[in-house]
Design a protein around this ligand. Structure first.
Ligand SMILES: Cc1cc2nc3c(=O)[nH]c(=O)nc-3n(C[C@H](O)[C@H](O)[C@H](O)COP(=O)(O)OP(=O)(O)OC[C@H]3O[C@@H](n4cnc5c(N)ncnc54)[C@H](O)[C@@H]3O)c2cc1C
Length: 530
């Protein structure tokens, strides 16, 4: 990799240095990350009265998370913007129905300002380790700007925030430029260059058509083709935006329509791995047939698994770009990287000037799990070594008290907006803090049996879904073939279960170790005290 983080920004140098000299010694609530999760949690907690002593740690120099990091050309959301935004902060002024990255990043920055979150952020500050201190019932956080403690730790560190780059033999010997799509090197001009693009996921489908326009030659290294459908993005009309501004209920209606259409039309097919998915497949085949005339290329680009098994992609210019004279689709396996390029299994040396990795993110092996250590001193990664990633309501893990993980295990979605899931989790966190306050308690820890029940239920539900049995291997599944990433049901069911905090599934204790008198009254409200 050849670029520094600052050089990767298209507007490098525009952001003033807002990094603190040191972190505070102690806070009540520490939140990691300033994407949808971190910002949403900070706003909701402040509104619920927990904002007095709350900070956010952000390793970057600005807010936005995914939408700050991914500046590759063509980056945009694949869920309608009316739905892919906070329910409490609708934006009537989206300029397109599926917004591009700069507009989403600006939306998050504006939202942080509007809700007074920006001043609470410790920018350019990385969480390095978090260890539960049982003696004092608090988290000891080691950060890049010193040590601090916090009563509560909320991780909004992102499920798709750590780029995954395959470990090809010889990769470090490559003589040209290489970078991952999430770390786009804006100092590198692809004009007139020979560019290798590795991977055929959601990002590649967006940036390849733009790279193709100016590169001399593009070689796409495809392991598995993806199902690609027509994109419905369009510019919004001034009248439409005026109506949303004047009658906000119209935008709420539009959001609800988008949500329920995705839920009832698509989700119902995916969770049942329904035979009706063959009709979705027919749509995908029609899109290829309409756009790709060469039967040999068409065969190369047609997946052999059920649509939905991997993420459904949308693009109108991906297939046309692949047919331009300067593009080759290479399906031979990559065996090695050499100084002059990439060697495939058939012995061909593909000479290139640049390698762009569109190879996705570390998901089931996200390094965040290596840095959080619970009551018995084991890390989340060690804790999950046997069972795979598991969290009650995707949020809490037994033995990791006062810790909440946004976008945690089995909260991912393949058909709708992740913000829906994140908002439900945030309501869960607020519910936990409310329960502690009512009980006069300090520490909340999910009961192991509640977590085990949840996990067993989720895994049983996952088995028949298209993600587990659709005939593909994807980043949704871990090395053992379990699905620790996606929510295998309608999202309204997740919201119903998660947004409601169920005290009976938790142990509420006071700092001195006992169950405070108030905890009983909280527990009995559920009627299932144990
Ligand atoms: C290119 C792309 C397109 C996507 N499109 C969609 C879409 O259309 N619809 C959809 O629902 N989802 C989409 N997603 C998924 C997207 O990641 C989520 O929707 C959402 O943005 C996640 O928000 P988050 O706050 O949980 O995590 P992130 O946005 O990833 O934010 C995590 C933050 O934590 C910070 N951080 C991480 N580790 C540390 C640390 N140790 N110390 C300090 N800070 C740290 C990061 O710098 C980052 O700011 C997309 C993802 C990508 C990569």
């Amino acid at each position: 990799m050849t670029s520094s983080p600052a050089a990767r920004r298209p507007n490098a140098g525009a952001v003033p240095d807002r990094s603190p000299a040191r972190v505070p010694a102690h806070v009540r609530i520490a939140i990691v990350g300033t994407g949808f999760s971190g910002l949403g949690a900070a706003i909701a907690l402040a509104e619920a009265g927990y904002g007095d002593d709350l900070v956010l740690l952000e390793r970057r120099d600005d807010v936005g998370g995914t939408w700050h990091d991914n500046t590759y050309p063509g980056c945009r959301c694949d869920v309608p913007s009316n739905l892919y935004s906070f329910s409490f902060a609708p934006n009537p002024n989206w300029s397109e129905t599926f917004s591009a990255q700069p507009e989403i990043e600006r939306y998050l920055q504006r939202t942080a300002q509007r809700y007074d979150v920006t001043d609470r952020i410790l920018f350019s500050t990385s969480l390095e380790t978090a260890r539960w201190d049982t003696a004092h019932s608090r988290w000891v956080l080691s950060t890049s700007r010193g040590e601090m403690t916090a009563d509560f730790l909320i991780s909004g560190a992102g499920a798709l925030s750590q780029p995954s780059i395959p470990d090809f033999p010889g990769a470090s010997t490559f003589g040209g430029t290489s970078f991952h799509s999430a770390q786009w090197d804006h100092t590198y001009d692809v004009t007139g260059r020979r560019v290798a693009i590795i991977g055929t996921g959601a990002s590649t489908v967006q940036f390849l058509p733009i790279v193709q326009r100016s590169a001399a030659k593009v070689t796409l290294f495809q392991r598995t083709p993806a199902w690609v459908f027509p994109h419905r993005n369009r510019r919004t009309l001034p009248l439409e935006r005026a109506v949303f501004r004047t009658f906000p209920w119209t935008q709420r209606f539009s959001r609800a329509r988008n949500y329920w259409m995705a839920e009832l039309l698509l989700c119902s097919l995916l969770v049942r791995n329904s035979p009706v998915l063959t009709r979705v497949e027919a749509l995908g085949r029609r899109h290829i047939a309409r756009q790709v005339k060469d039967p040999v290329l068409r065969a190369k680009l047609t997946p052999d698994f059920t649509p939905g098994c991997k993420r459904l992609l949308q693009s109108n210019d991906y297939y046309p770009a692949l047919q331009r004279p300067n593009v080759t689709v290479e399906t031979e396996k990559i065996v090695e990287v050499v100084p002059e390029g990439i060697v495939t299994a058939d012995g061909t040396v593909h000479e290139v000037d640049a390698i762009i990795y569109g190879t996705g993110f570390l998901v089931t092996d996200n390094p965040t799990a290596d840095v959080v250590f619970g009551v018995d001193g084991t890390s989340l990664a060690q804790h999950w070594a046997d069972t795979g990633m598991a969290a009650y309501c995707g949020t809490t893990i037994a033995g990791f008290p006062n810790f909440f993980m946004m976008a945690g295990p089995n909260t991912g979605i393949g058909h709708t907006s992740l913000v829906v899931m994140i908002e439900a989790q945030i309501a869960h966190v607020v519910g936990a803090l409310d329960a502690l306050r009512h009980a006069g308690a300090d520490v909340v820890d999910v009961k192991p049996d509640a977590l085990a029940r949840w996990h067993a239920e989720v895994q049983a539900k996952a088995a028949p879904t298209v993600w587990n049995s659709g005939g593909c291997s994807s980043w949704y599944l871990d090395a053992q073939g379990r699905n620790p990433t996606l929510w295998p049901d309608y999202t309204f069911r997740f919201v119903r279960r998660t947004a409601h905090f169920e005290p009976a599934d938790y142990r509420l204790t006071s700092r001195t170790g006992g169950t405070p008198p108030g905890a009983d009254s909280v527990l009995t409200t559920s009627g299932t005290q144990s």
